[in-house]
Design a protein. Structure first.
Length: 254
């Protein structure tokens, strides 16, 4: 039963990128979230790009966490990250060691810019958003997928020290390498935050929504996972502002 349950989860495209999971938990994950994958956002990015587009990934890192294949469907995928491992990121056409608040590119360089689970780590997200707007071409888009700071897991994260984050992420198998667990600030992690920063950067919000998903942080045991599933079903789904993530698509006016 345990082996078949684990296989059922792994048969879902992209599910292997969630990290380690106990077979006992996998059985319930497969039952309650059979179509959920961590590739939702990068698949959405692919739907917005064309073969001639130049794309920038902010916070690309080493590229080992969620391989996405975006480079294969665009003209050029450039990545930036303060981590020097970005230079060897095989998901990219080219990697630069840099920060989001000071991009080493000319104005109007990219057709689309995206970052995945990065906004929560930015110490100056307004500066980062303004830089994104600067290097976007007119008509280009900024796409962001990030945790909602009002979700219970992010409230706990804000109240706990970095050493706890390091140990917890290693325990659940999501980030076994401590170099991939970064400090969090949650300064661009609500609808109000995003609308304010887009307005201050000259970007027009095209799509902004809260999204719920599997309680991945609670997968270390069956009771915690089932409790998280109940919360997601009966609290997050009816009350959008309490869901786990936020999706933003903003466009630079022509």
């Amino acid at each position: 039963m345990a082996t078949s349950a684990l296989r059922a989860v792994n048969d879902v495209p992209g599910m292997e990128h969630w990290g380690a999971m106990k077979p006992s938990v996998a059985r319930f994950w497969a039952r309650f979230y059979p179509s959920q994958t961590p590739l939702f956002f990068t698949d959405l990015v692919k739907s917005y790009v064309r073969p001639e587009h130049d794309v920038l990934e902010v916070g690309a890192g080493a590229g080992a966490l969620v391989p996405h294949g975006i480079r294969d469907v665009v003209n050029r995928l450039v990545g930036i990250d303060p981590d020097p491992r970005v230079i060897d990121n095989t998901e990219l056409s080219e990697g630069f060691v840099s920060v989001a608040e000071d991009l080493p590119f000319e104005d109007s360089s990219f057709d689309l810019i995206f970052h995945l689970m990065v906004a929560e780590h930015l110490p100056d997200p307004l500066g980062a958003t303004q830089e994104a707007a600067r290097v976007l071409k007119p008509g280009g888009r900024l796409m962001v997928f990030t945790p909602n700071k009002n979700h219970y897991s992010m409230i706990i994260s804000r109240l706990t020290p970095q050493w706890f984050h390091d140990r917890f992420m290693a325990m659940i198998g999501s980030r076994p390498d401590a170099d991939d667990v970064h400090p969090v600030h949650y300064l661009m992690n609500s609808e109000e935050d995003m609308r304010r920063m887009c307005a201050a950067s000259g970007l027009k919000v095209e799509r902004l929504e809260y999204r719920s998903g599997p309680p991945g942080y609670l997968r270390f045991s069956v009771p915690t996972f089932l409790a998280g599933t109940a919360w997601e079903r009966f609290i997050e789904r009816p009350f959008a502002s309490m869901r786990a993530q936020i999706l933003l698509v903003a466009i630079k006016p022509e």
